[in-house]
Design a protein around this ligand. Structure first.
Ligand SMILES: C[S@@+](CC[C@H](N)C(=O)[O-])C[C@H]1O[C@@H](n2cnc3c(N)ncnc32)[C@H](O)[C@@H]1O
Length: 197
């Protein structure tokens, strides 16, 4: 694995701690934009896949006071850090975080109103399997949002190409009313694919 892998894609050790500090510090604009697209309802049951240091989980918890937020991440280090960051909400059973894979989500069918993932789907070993898992755990009529801010991209067109892949995975997994949103931001734009089960 490269240094970037152990810092961001599969955070572990010292590099993972440093990566988590960067992710926690520099994702606010993307997280707030993502939230603006989610049509959040106070009682929503939400699942975030690949939550990293748990900053978006924390933002969601403040906006869905009567709901429930679950999270799955493959990195034990990120589960530990996000658990620390969301300690009070976890104690109140408003948030529940666990280690697990996007490819085999540890939940029964038809459970959530909303599933989302931010800057994680491109890392999974099999994107379509993961997106199908998100479909499976959503209730009928539930929403999905897949956000990517591809820091490796050099142009807006490259970001839009990433968005086209996200849309393909959503459609192939069975989602309806799929659409893309695009937002210019630093250091590179973000793209979000949305759909309904
Ligand atoms: C680049 S970080 C993004 C973290 C956070 N969502 C953000 O936007 O800052 C990618 C995260 O996806 C997680 N991840 C990678 N592969 C995964 C998989 N197969 N299943 C679940 N999580 C995974 C990593 O552990 C890491 O926390």
């Amino acid at each position: 694995m490269t240094l970037l892998d152990v810092a961001f894609a599969h955070p572990q050790g010292l590099a993972g701690r440093l990566g988590a500090m960067i992710m926690a510090r520099f994702t606010k604009q993307r997280n707030l934009w993502t939230i603006s697209l989610l049509d959040l309802q106070p009682g929503d049951h939400i699942l975030e896949v690949g939550f990293g240091p748990g900053v978006l989980i924390q933002e969601l918890a403040t906006r869905v006071p009567e709901g429930f937020i679950a999270g799955v991440d493959a990195s034990p280090l990120m589960v530990k850090q996000a658990t620390r960051r969301n300690k009070e909400s976890i104690q109140r059973k408003h948030v529940s975080l666990r280690e697990g894979s996007a490819l085999t989500l540890p939940f029964e069918d038809n459970l959530f109103d909303l599933t989302l993932s931010a800057n994680s789907v491109h890392i999974w070993p099999d994107q379509l399997t993961g997106v199908k898992e998100m479909y499976r755990v959503l209730k009928k009529g539930g929403r999905i949002a897949l956000v990517v801010q591809p820091v490796w991209a050099k142009t807006d067109q490259e970001v839009k190409d990433v968005g086209a892949d996200l849309l393909t995975w959503l459609r192939n997994a069975g989602f309806q009313q799929t659409r893309l949103e695009f937002k210019t931001m630093k250091p590179i734009a973000s793209v979000c694919a949305l759909g309904i089960k």
